[in-house]
Design a protein around this ligand. Structure first.
Ligand code: BGC
Length: 331
C-alpha cells in the first residue's frame, strides 16, 4: 500500500512537471506569435522592429513587407509584420500599443488619422522611434515619414482624368476610408486639379473600407443611382479593381476608370482597356528604405523628416512595367 502511494506520488509529480513544460512551451509560442517578443529573440539580431499596416493580407502591404524584409535580412534586423487581418482601426492601434509594451527597438506604421494616431504615436515616441510609412501623421512627433506625396498623387490623377476625358466627365470617387489622412489627401488633390475645369463634375464620393467587394458594391449602386456618371476615380489599391468588375458587366467601354497602384489585376485591367490609368506608388521601396531610415535614427545619423517615394501615372501604352518589384506580392 505504501509502495503504491509512493508510486502514485512520483507519477503525479512527473505528470505535473511534464504539464508545466508543455504549458511553458506552448504559452511561449502563442505569446511570441501574437506579440513581438522583446528580449528573447534579439540575441541573433542587431535590432527588432515591427511593421504595422492597416491590413495584413492586402497585396499592396505584402509588397511593403517584402521590401522591408529584404532590408531586414541585409542589415541583421528581426522584423515582425503584425496588425489587423482586415482593416480595423482599433486593432491597428492595439497592435502599436502591444509592440511598444514588448520593448521592440522601433515601430513602422501608418499615421492613419490625426485624432486616433497622433496621441498614441506621441506616447510611443517618448520610449522608442516611430516612422510613419505610406500615410503620414504629420502633426504627430513621429521621427520621419516615408511614402507617396499623397496630395500630389491625387492631383496627378485629376490631371490625367482631364487629359484622358478631354475635360468632359461626371466623376464618382470611391475612396478607401473617409477618416484616413492619405485618402483625404488623394481626394483633395484630385478635387483641386479638376476644380477649374467646367466640364468636370464630381457627382459623389463614397467609401470602400479598402475592400474590393465593397468597392464593387458601391460602384454598382452609383451606376444605378447616378446614370449620368461617366468616370470613376478609386483612391486605394483595390478600389479600381472592384469598380472594373462592375463596369465591364454593366457598361463596358462606356465608363472611364482611373485607380491607384499596380497590383497584377489592375495591370491586367489596364492591358484589356477597362481601367484606363493608375497612379504608381513604390510600396517595396517604401518598406526597404524605412528599415534603413530606422537603423540610421537609432544609430544617431541624420534622417530627413519626410522622404517622398516616386509617383506617376501609367496607362496601357506604358506596359509592361519596367519595375521588378511591382506586382510581385502574390506571384
Ligand atoms: C494605400 C494603402 C492602403 C491600400 C489599400 C494603397 O493605395 O497606399 O495605404 O492600405 O491602398 O488597398
Amino acid at each position: 500500500m505504501k509502495g503504491l502511494s509512493l508510486m502514485s506520488y512520483v507519477v503525479g509529480v512527473l505528470f505535473f512537471l511534464v504539464s508545466c513544460a508543455f504549458a511553458i512551451f506552448y504559452g511561449y509560442k502563442v505569446v511570441s506569435h501574437d506579440l513581438p517578443s522583446g528580449d528573447r529573440v534579439v540575441d541573433k539580431y542587431k535590432y527588432h522592429f515591427v511593421l504595422v499596416p492597416e491590413e495584413l493580407d492586402n497585396d499592396y502591404w505584402r509588397l511593403v513587407e517584402k521590401g522591408a524584409q529584404q532590408a531586414a535580412k541585409e542589415y541583421g534586423v528581426l522584423l515582425e509584420y503584425a496588425g489587423p487581418k482586415q482593416a480595423n482601426i482599433d486593432e491597428h492601434l492595439k497592435t502599436i500599443e502591444m509592440s511598444m509594451a514588448s520593448k521592440v527597438d522601433g515601430i513602422l506604421t501608418q499615421g492613419l488619422s490625426d485624432e486616433q494616431f497622433t496621441p498614441l504615436i506621441n506616447r510611443v515616441v517618448e520610449r522608442l522611434p516611430v516612422i510613419t510609412i505610406d500615410t503620414d501623421a504629420a502633426n504627430s512627433n513621429r521621427m520621419a515619414y516615408i511614402g507617396t506625396d499623397n496630395y500630389y498623387s491625387g492631383f496627378l490623377a485629376g490631371k490625367a482624368l482631364i487629359e484622358d476625358t478631354k475635360g468632359q466627365a461626371n466623376v464618382a470617387i470611391i475612396t478607401g476610408n473617409f477618416y484616413a489622412n492619405h485618402q483625404q489627401q488623394r481626394v483633395k488633390g484630385f478635387q483641386d486639379a479638376v476644380k477649374s475645369e467646367e466640364g468636370i463634375k464630381i457627382i459623389t464620393v463614397e467609401e470602400s473600407g479598402i475592400s474590393r467587394v465593397r468597392a464593387a458594391e458601391k460602384a454598382y449602386q452609383i451606376l444605378a443611382d447616378y446614370p449620368e456618371v461617366t468616370a470613376f476615380y478609386g483612391t486605394s489599391a483595390l478600389d479600381a479593381i472592384g469598380i472594373a468588375q462592375v463596369v465591364e458587366k454593366r457598361k463596358p467601354g462606356r465608363v472611364y476608370i482611373i485607380g491607384f497602384d499596380t497590383l497584377p489585376e489592375t495591370l491586367d485591367y489596364i492591358a484589356e482597356g477597362t481601367i484606363k490609368a493608375t497612379v504608381v506608388q513604390e510600396p517595396y521601396e517604401m518598406g526597404y528604405r524605412a528599415i534603413q531610415m530606422m537603423i540610421d535614427l537609432i544609430e544617431g545619423k541624420k534622417v530627413p523628416p519626410v522622404v517622398h517615394t516616386n509617383t506617376r501615372i501609367i496607362r496601357a501604352a506604358d506596359l509592361p512595367l519596367n519595375n521588378q518589384h511591382q506586382g510581385e506580392a502574390d506571384r
